[in-house]
Write a protein of this length. Structure first.
Length: 203
């Protein structure tokens, strides 16, 4: 992003990039999306490690050459940490100040999952004091961000407005299924019922 802006301003090669080859990608969560990100990392020649509370080496092996590590090891060893966990009582604030303190000063944190999984104040303090190289953030504790949010003033972040699911294909599915669900409910044959044993009564 910095180079895009600089080039438009007539500047050339103003920053130094970071290689992926040979560096370590830490996947926090190895479910549907985490597994796909891990495979991208492997395709770029990265060392891929993973952790989540119930993750097994068998699951890691099913993805590829992914090594199961402890949470502390993932925080300390990764050059890039990518968060792929569901927000719940168990994961809220899961990445805390002590966890961020374990990261390399050259490491990056990427969160496209849910904002509250990472302690907001701890991450802000870490970035403001340049204790890690930077962060890529697509999700936040509250959305949209206020115009004066301190995250918007940081120069070591890439910030996007929760765009991970905002695609033409996704929206076509969302709207089609929404209309279909309403139509089938009104006809008395609901679909996509959250609890199939107790469908809503027909009126």
């Amino acid at each position: 992003m910095k180079e895009d802006i600089a080039t438009r301003q007539g500047k050339w090669e103003t920053t130094v990039g970071v290689d992926l080859l040979g560096h370590t990608l830490g996947c926090m969560g190895l479910g549907n999306l985490g597994s796909r990100v891990a495979k991208v990392g492997l395709a770029f020649g990265m060392n891929v490690i993973a952790w989540s509370q119930n993750l097994t080496q068998e699951k890691c092996d099913a993805v590829g050459a992914v090594k199961l590590v402890s949470k502390d090891e993932l925080m300390a060893q990764s050059d890039f940490i990518s968060v792929h966990l569901v927000l719940s009582d168990r994961t809220r604030g899961l990445i805390s100040a002590p966890d961020l303190a374990k990261m390399k000063p050259t490491a990056y944190l990427v969160n496209t999952s849910r904002g509250p999984i990472v302690d907001r104040d701890a991450l802000l303090d870490t970035l403001q004091n340049k204790r890690i190289a930077g962060a890529g953030l697509d999700v936040f504790d509250y959305e949209p961000l206020n115009a004066d949010d301190p995250f918007l003033k940081l120069d070591n972040t890439v910030i996007t407005p929760h765009l991970g699911f905002v695609t033409r294909d996704s929206y076509e599915v969302f709207y089609k299924e929404t209309v279909e669900s309403i139509d089938m409910f009104l006809k008395g044959t609901p679909v996509r019922v959250l609890n199939g044993d107790n469908p809503p009564p027909r009126h």
